[in-house]
Design a protein around this ligand. Sequence first.
Ligand code: HEM
Length: 87
Amino acid sequence: MHKYPPAPALERKCLSDYKIQGTDITIENGTGVVIPVMDIHHDHAYYSEPHKFDPERFSPENKRERSHFAFLPFGEGPRICIGMLLR
Ligand code: HEM
């Protein structure tokens, strides 16, 4: 789910103008936005050796160290996967 997320990207549509904090960038109402899940999962800013299979990344201690939004196999927000809690 980390190395090969089945949904490698998420899509959203901006419903009102949104200025990204700390930048001059405003995403205008109506703009399509792609959230690059595969790239986030392989970003060295969040994961050392991102291509390595390392279940320890997901220990409670290691999870606390990084943004909740650095792991998005089931999406996030109001449209998050409703199947994610099935076990
Ligand atoms: C490994 C298994 C699965 C993965 C990786 C997965 C992944 C995802 C992802 C990425 C989304 C989009 C979330 C977003 O846009 O934020 C999604 C939506 C959804 N998933 Fe899954 N899913 C899985 C299994 C399941 C199962 C087993 C069910 C049903 C029993 C299910 C039902 C749904 C539904 C209904 C949505 C749409 C939710 C909405 O739009 O409100 N998924 N899933």
